[in-house]
Design a protein around this ligand. Structure first.
Ligand code: C5P
Length: 241
């Protein structure tokens, strides 16, 4: 069964990334390759992870004019990743162009990568929304409005904090995927994240996938931390797709 825990491989040094994967070598993983790793190691890293049998979320959060995003997505779809994303704040034309690019670039006989829209980053606080981004609405309204736009543009789901999942599901329906970073095991530091949540609470709130980085990668015993995470999150999670 596909794992609904997505492990963020936020390593710029290939050796550290390899050492981490060696620790978890007996697990079939769903891994996330973000800017830190992709900008250093590029498509060859994605190929390597796919060859190891892992599912790959390519977290590059595209946000540009529609034509650029369309062409970028066409190329990225050819890497055979399972999940990919754009910033929903790029607007409906950009998101539609992203979906068209993904369809066009998907390899013959393969499934189109699922595409999700980033609503508000989990590092963004209510205060930042108002004071820095000059928004007159609150976090929940902003997230739900971007989620609705993503749905209307044909995306498969969104990235948000787990705290916003119930409202997103209520508005966009149960089958609209919610992928939630900002997950912390009890006792871990929040770091730069603001809207954090435990794995157990994320499950109760209805997250489909949780994204976890430092709670595992910065742990002195990553394997033990992953086992703890799996038991707190639970394995009998049904994902609609
Ligand atoms: O270490 P931590 O668990 O905070 O890592 C979270 C990961 O999820 C990072 O790779 C970050 O880039 C990503 N992410 C996020 N918030 C979003 C989208 C992605 O934290 N809205």
């Amino acid at each position: 069964m596909e794992s609904s825990i997505i492990l963020a491989l936020d390593f710029s040094k290939k050796q550290e990334l390899d050492e981490f994967l060696t620790l978890l070598k007996d697990e079939k993983l769903f891994v996330k390759v973000g800017m830190e790793a992709f900008y250093q190691h590029g498509p060859s890293l994605v190929n390597e992870l796919k060859q190891l049998g892992h599912n790959v979320f390519l977290d590059l959060k595209l946000h540009d004019i529609p034509t650029t995003v369309n062409k970028a997505m066409k190329g990225l779809a050819g890497l055979g990743v399972d999940l990919i994303n754009v910033h929903a704040s790029g607007g409906s034309r950009m998101m539609t162009a992203a979906m068209e690019g993904l369809e066009a670039g998907t390899r013959a006989g393969e499934k189109r990568p699922m595409c999700i829209g980033v609503t508000q980053l989990t590092s963004t606080s209510e205060e930042m929304l108002r004071k820095e981004l000059n928004m007159t609405t609150n976090m929940k309204n902003s997230v739900v409005s971007l989620a609705s736009l993503a749905k209307a543009s044909g995306l498969d789901g969104v990235v948000s904090s787990a705290l916003e999942v119930p409202t997103i599901k209520e508005t966009c329906g149960d089958q609209f995927l919610t992928v939630t970073p900002g997950i912390r095991l009890e006792g871990d530091l929040a770091g730069d994240q603001n809207r954090v949540c435990s794995p157990a609470k994320a499950r109760v709130l209805g997250s489909d996938y949780i994204v976890v980085g430092r709670s595992i990668t910065a742990s002195p015993d990553p394997l033990k931390a992953y086992e703890r995470l799996k038991s707190e999150w639970g394995n009998t999670h049904e994902i609609y797709r």
